[in-house]
Design a protein around this ligand. Structure first.
Ligand code: UDP
Length: 346
């Protein structure tokens, strides 16, 4: 499958059916990031107005460059953890701003805590003042190293607050608590998505930003060793980006979702070693697998229970791992790689 952004945006819009943001104004924190920029594309295509706020700590200008010419799109360079105001009337606030790669957890733990705690308060305050609907992008990391699989929203988690991942896990957990406090105290119309591993075009492969799928694809493309951490028996369940975006937008728009917390992801689980072998095979690469140390706190299994997403949102993932990989491979191999130094092991 060759990657074609317009075709994929149109597909999301088709699947959303009658659900539309036409005529609405949406503030997206982290709007230049992987997920934020996809959401921006869909909303602009639906004739909504988008205010994108980002400090480019991990988001990239290139993701939104084509939108800058559009009169319905504006960009504000700002760190969400510092207070801010928005003059125009806002109908929805989507709070996505945060670093999310495990390599960043050890480099920038304080930024991560601030973006998800101070940043969540700042974004919630905008929603409260504007009477806007608020979407918080939480994470499967709130479950930590889950002992209940597939993991339902009712599972309270198995998190080490002082571990290397604690900054992200606990900050997202506090972000969720903050959201529920704003529901209870100020009656803000809040919705919380617990996002499970998502991949696709625009996910970074480089340096400390690189997540497993883009890293493996670039390594395979360059016939470099594929760096499997641990013995590769740990699992993840990978959701293709267009499915994730559809789920998030459904959650933001559905009438019955106020105060709800919903897992959004794909429930097909795969061991990381098997993922590495699949990518080598799909790319017909000469790369070999090398095994490196497993990072501290790396969850052994991750798989969402997505029955609540189906019952409340009518959300089900549509794109298989192979289809998503094909599209991501097409995107990454077409871009050239001078900006993607893929550091083995880190
Ligand atoms: N991983 C790996 N090799 C890499 C990068 C990641 O084996 O070069 C593993 C990592 O240890 C984890 C899984 O792939 O078990 C997913 O890693 P990712 O960084 O994408 O996100 P996580 O799900 O751990 O937050």
């Amino acid at each position: 499958m060759t990657f074609d952004l317009n075709r994929e945006i149109e597909r999301i819009i088709t699947h959303l059916g009658d659900l539309s943001f036409e005529g609405k104004s949406i503030l997206i924190t982290g709007g230049s990031g992987f997920l934020g920029s996809w959401i921006s594309n869909v909303l602009i295509q639906q004739n909504a107005r988008v205010v994108c706020l980002d400090n480019h700590s991990s988001g990239r200008m290139e993701n939104i460059n084509p939108l800058l010419d559009c009169e319905n799109f504006s960009f504000v360079h700002h760190d969400v953890s510092e207070p801010f105001g928005i003059e125009e009337k806002i109908d929805f606030v989507f709070h996505l701003a945060s670093r999310a790669s495990p390599f960043e957890f050890s480099e920038y733990p304080i930024d991560i805590i601030k973006a998800n705690t101070y940043g969540t308060i700042n974004a919630l305050e905008i929603a409260r003042r504007h009477g806007a609907t608020f979407l918080f992008t939480s994470t499967s990391e709130v479950y930590g190293d889950a002992r209940l699989l597939p993991t339902p929203e009712t599972y309270n988690g198995n998190v080490n607050p002082i571990g290397i991942r604690g900054c992200y896990e606990e900050a997202k957990r506090l972000g969720e608590s903050m959201c529920m406090a704003y529901v209870r105290q100020y009656n803000v119309n809040v919705r919380i998505a617990r996002i499970f591993n998502t991949f696709g075009p625009r996910m970074r492969a480089d340096g400390i930003y690189g997540r497993v799928i883009p890293r493996f694809i670039i390594q395979a493309h360059k016939n470099m060793p594929i760096t499997v951490f641990g013995d590769g028996s740990q699992t993840r369940s990978f959701c293709y980006v267009t499915d994730q975006i559809e789920g998030l937008l459904r959650l933001a728009l559905m009438d019955d979702a106020k105060g709800e917390i919903i897992n959004i992801g794909n429930d097909q689980e795969i061991p990381i070693l098997q993922l590495a072998k699949r990518i080598i095979q799909l790319m017909d690469s000469d790369s070999e697998v090398v095994f490196e140390g497993l990072p501290d706190g790396d969850p052994q299994r991750r798989r969402p229970d997505i029955s609540k997403a189906w019952n409340l949102l009518r959300f089900k993932p549509r794109i298989s791992l192979d289809e998503g990989l094909a599209s991501t491979i097409s995107y990454l191999t077409a871009r050239g790689h001078d900006d993607i130094p893929c550091i083995a092991g880190f």
